[in-house]
Design a protein around this ligand. Structure first.
Ligand SMILES: NC(=O)c1ccc[n+]([C@@H]2O[C@H](COP(=O)([O-])OP(=O)(O)OC[C@H]3O[C@@H](n4cnc5c(N)ncnc54)[C@H](OP(=O)(O)O)[C@@H]3O)[C@@H](O)[C@H]2O)c1
Length: 342
């Protein structure tokens, strides 16, 4: 019997204009229904808070359908199976999948949208499966290696350097023998990526000019730019790229809360002059190859060559304010909301 369990849920109440507001959410509670054959109940433990969630709140065509009004907000999660009538998962298994912003997920164990798979807390602490060993890590790994095609000695620049994707991009590029320059907001984040993660340099875009920083730290130009932020930073990097440079369009967080049209790069003719390439990526396209990437990064972690930082905030009720941290640069590492104990 699971009906004694109470499920609190954050639902999308309105499509935000600019930054999401508290009134864009509604909170509902309902008992967890009893399950039938083939179904499971997953108790959420960690919820992954991602910049992409802002895009999912908008109407319009994208790589995934928008969250509908009154629907439980979509989110990746790691949880524990607390009831099972499926042979796929047993009670006590830890799973990763799209649990949504709620305490309990209920449905078919093989639900394609939730896409649950087992994670092993003995292999790595569970939050790591939301960072380098999860979606952001896969984005970084395949975006950099498949689209960036780094060669030893090349210069790689990555924005959002202290964030979930950025941390992994820089460390994978170091493993491939590249010179790595991060761009991040603030001295603490810059110190972290240089002193803890081993980047060669980091430009504090809040404390000085990105253009001057690129001149100083990329004296031989930029061969690969992994763009997490878009806007003015993308435009500035475009002025410093080399012949045949590769620019990976991973995200444009500086534009997600715009109330005016997205600002495209004014300096795009630099692509023509330098016979360079700009290419977008969507992490899910590489799903079949995730185990290969997780195995390689897991090996580097075990060898002490690779580390990640998570920023874990407590409490489901804090979801609306915690999500905003991403757009205010207040998260330091992969942003995770813990909603239950392991
Ligand atoms: N294409 C894909 O499949 C895919 C998958 C995952 C993520 N992404 C994208 O990758 C990017 C990074 O995601 P993440 O999960 O790793 O987030 P994150 O970097 O951990 O967190 C977001 C960071 O963005 C920076 N930021 C916020 N507003 C900014 C602005 N106006 N200008 C410059 N930087 C700003 C902040 O860092 P600072 O303090 O340094 O400013 C903030 O901490 C996002 O654009 C996301 O949408 C794409």
């Amino acid at each position: 019997m699971t009906s004694a369990l109470v499920n609190k849920q954050f639902r999308l109440a309105a499509r935000p204009v600019g930054m999401p507001k508290n009134s864009d959410w509604s909170v509902t509670t309902e008992p967890v229904r009893d399950i039938v054959d083939g179904e499971i109940v997953v108790q959420s433990i960690y919820l992954s808070l991602d910049p992409a969630m802002r895009g999912w709140m908008n109407e319009g065509k994208s790589y995934i359908r928008p969250v509908a009004i009154n629907e439980v907000m979509r989110a990746g999660g790691i949880g524990k199976v607390v009831a099972s009538k499926s042979t796929k998962f047993a009670v006590g298994d830890y799973v990763s999948g799209a649990t949504g912003v709620q305490n309990y997920w209920v449905g078919a164990a093989d639900d394609k949208t939730a896409a649950f798979y087992k994670v092993d807390p003995k292999m790595a602490p569970l939050p790591k499966f939301m960072n380098a060993l999860g979606m952001p890590g896969m984005t970084a790994y395949f975006g950099l290696l498949d689209v960036g095609m780094p060669k030893a000695g090349e210069t790689v620049v990555v924005s959002g350097a202290a964030g979930a994707v950025g941390q992994t991009v820089g460390q994978v590029a170091k493993q491939k023998g590249c010179r790595v320059v991060g761009i991040a907001g603030g001295k603490d984040k810059c110190d972290f990526v240089v002193n803890e993660l081993g980047f060669d340099a980091c430009i504090d875009y809040k404390g000085g000019s990105v253009k001057d920083g690129l001149k100083e730290h990329c004296p031989n130009g930029v061969d690969i730019y992994f763009d997490n932020v878009g806007g003015e930073i993308l435009d500035t990097v475009l002025t410093r790229i080399n012949m045949k440079a590769r620019i990976i369009i991973c995200g444009a967080i500086s534009q997600y809360n715009n109330t005016t049209p997205v600002k495209g790069p004014a300096n795009y003719l630099s692509l023509l002059v330098n016979r360079a390439r700009m290419e977008g990526i969507v992490v899910f396209d590489n799903a079949a190859r995730f185990p290969e990437a997780a195995a390689e990064m897991g090996k580097w972690m075990a060898q002490g060559k690779f580390q990640t930082r998570e920023d874990i905030v407590q409490g489901l009720d804090n979801f609306p304010d915690t999500l905003l941290m991403l757009f205010e640069g207040k998260n330091f590492g992969k942003l995770i909301l813990q909603v239950a104990q392991e």
